[in-house]
Design a protein around this ligand. Structure first.
Ligand SMILES: NC(=O)c1ccc[n+]([C@@H]2O[C@H](COP(=O)([O-])OP(=O)(O)OC[C@H]3O[C@@H](n4cnc5c(N)ncnc54)[C@H](OP(=O)(O)O)[C@@H]3O)[C@@H](O)[C@H]2O)c1
Length: 341
C-alpha cells in the first residue's frame, strides 16, 4: 500500500511516499481503509520536532492523527464497529508509529467512531483534533456542563478567540448547538465572512477594534467561557471581559508561552484557568466528546467547507509535504489529504 513516512524530524521534505505492507489488526484494534487524512498543527509540530537531530519515538513514522474511511477488518474482542462501517478516527498516531497518511491504518477500537448516515469523509477527517478540543474547552467550567447537547449552554456567553481557526470553528458550532451566545474574535474581513458562516452571534475584529470595550458592550455581565488559542496575547483582554466564576480554557500557546496574570483581579472573580491537551486528557473525556460530536453530526450542525466557514484545501497523498507546509504556513481552513476517492 502507499504511505507517507518520515525517518527523521525536519521540514516537510522529510515526508516521503513509500510502499509498505498493510498491518493486521491485533486484539482490540481496527483496520481502516483511509479515504481522507486530516492535517492539524500537531502533525507538523511532531514532524518538525523541537530541533534538528531530535530522535523520533519510532524508527519510521506515518503522520497525521485525524482521518476518515471504511472499516476493513477488526481484531479479536472488538465490538461496536465492523467491516464496511464508515468511520472517523481520532489520535490515530498517538503512541503508535503510524497515523492516517496511508491507505490502511490500524488503530485501537476506542479511537474509531461510526459516521452517521449522510456525513461525508471530508467532515469525518475534520473532526478529531479540532472538534474534540473544542468540546473539552466548552465542558470544563466550574458549574458545568460536562457534556454538550442542545440547551447545555443556554444562558451562557462563550468567547471564542480566533474563531476562523479549525478549533475555533468547531467551538463556535458546538457552543451554538448547545445554546450559548457566541462572540468570536478575528483578525481580518475575510475571517469575518467565515465566522459569520459558522454561526457566530457577534464578531469582533481585534485588530481594528478595542476588543475589550466591544465585548463588554455585547456582554455587560462578562463572558462565562473563553476558548483560548493565544493566552499570552489575550490575558489582559480575558481578565477584562471574564464573568464572575468564568472559565478560560487554554488549548494552545499561539503568540507566546508565558502568561502574566493579575492575581487579585482573577481571585476577585473566582476565575478558573483550565489548560487542556488531547493527548493527556484521558479516555473518559475523549469518549464523551466523541459521543456528543456524533449527536451534533446527526443534528447537522458541524458542516465544513467555505459556505460553512471552514474552506477545505485538498491535496493528493503524494503531495502530503505540501499539505503539511500549508498548515505550517497558517492556511485558513481545513487541510485534507485525499488518500482514496
Ligand atoms: N491542546 C490541544 O490538545 C490542542 C488541540 C488542537 C489544537 N491545538 C493547538 O491550537 C492551535 C490552533 O490550532 P488550529 O488547528 O485551530 O489552527 P488554525 O486553524 O491555524 O487556527 C489558529 C487561529 O489562531 C488565531 N489566533 C492567533 N493569535 C490570536 C490572537 N491573539 N487572538 C485571537 N486569535 C488568534 C488565528 O486567527 P486570527 O488570524 O484571526 O488571529 C487562527 O484562526 C495550534 O497551535 C495547535 O497546535 C492544541
Amino acid at each position: 500500500m502507499r504511505a507517507i513516512a518520515y525517518t527523521q524530524t525536519g521540514t516537510p521534505s522529510v515526508l516521503q511516499l513509500v510502499d509498505r505492507e498493510q498491518a493486521d489488526p491485533g486484539e482490540g484494534e481496527v483496520r481502516v481503509r483511509v479515504v481522507r487524512s486530516g492535517v492539524n498543527p500537531t502533525d507538523w509540530k511532531s514532524r518538525a520536532g523541537s530541533g534538528a537531530g531530535q530522535s523520533l519515538p519510532f524508527p519510521e513514522v506515518v503522520p497525521n492523527q485525524d482521518g476518515a474511511g471504511v472499516v476493513d477488518a477488526v481484531g479479536a474482542g472488538v465490538s461496536g464497529v465492523s467491516a464496511g462501517d464508515r468511520v472517523w478516527l481520532y489520535l490515530a498516531a498517538h503512541g503508535r508509529p503510524t497515523g492516517t497518511a496511508q491507505e490502511f491504518t490500524v488503530v485501537p477500537a476506542e479511537r474509531v467512531v461510526r459516521l452517521p448516515e449522510g456525513i461525508g469523509f471530508d467532515l469525518g477527517a475534520s473532526l478529531g483534533v479540532p472538534a474534540m478540543t473544542a468540546h473539552r474547552a466548552l465542558t470544563v467550567a466550574e458549574d458545568g456542563p460536562t457534556r454538550l447537547a442542545p440547551g447545555a449552554l443556554a444562558g451562557k456567553t462563550v468567547l471564542v478567540a480566533g474563531g476562523a481557526g479549525a478549533v475555533g470553528h468547531a467551538a463556535i458550532q458546538l457552543a451554538r448547538w448547545a445554546g450559548a451566545t457566541v462572540i468570536t474574535t478575528i483578525s481580518s474581513p475575510e475571517k469575518e465572512t467565515l465566522v459569520t458562516a459558522a454561526g457566530a452571534d457577534h464578531i469582533v475584529n481585534y485588530r481594528t477594534t478595542d476588543a475589550a470595550t466591544a465585548i463588554r458592550a455585547i456582554a455587560p455581565n462578562g463572558v462565562d467561557v473563553v476558548v483560548e488559542v493565544s493566552p499570552a496575547q489575550n490575558a489582559e483582554l480575558n481578565q477584562t471581559v471574564i464573568a464572575n466564576h468564568g472559565t478560560i480554557s487554554v488549548y494552545a500557546n499561539n503568540g507566546g508561552s508565558e502568561v502574566t496574570l493579575d492575581v487579585r483581579r482573577h481571585f476577585a472573580l473566582n476565575v478558573r484557568y483550565q489548560f487542556l491537551l488531547l493527548y493527556t486528557v484521558g479516555q473518559g473525556a475523549l469518549a464523551a466528546a466523541a459521543e456528543d460530536i456524533t449527536a451534533a453530526l446527526i443534528d447537522g450542525v458541524l458542516p465544513v467547507g467555505e459556505g460553512a466557514g471552514l474552506p477545505l484545501l485538498h491535496f493528493p497523498l503524494e503531495r502530503a509535504a505540501e499539505a503539511h507546509a500549508a498548515v505550517e504556513g497558517g492556511a485558513v481552513g481545513k487541510v485534507l489529504i485525499d488518500v482514496a476517492e
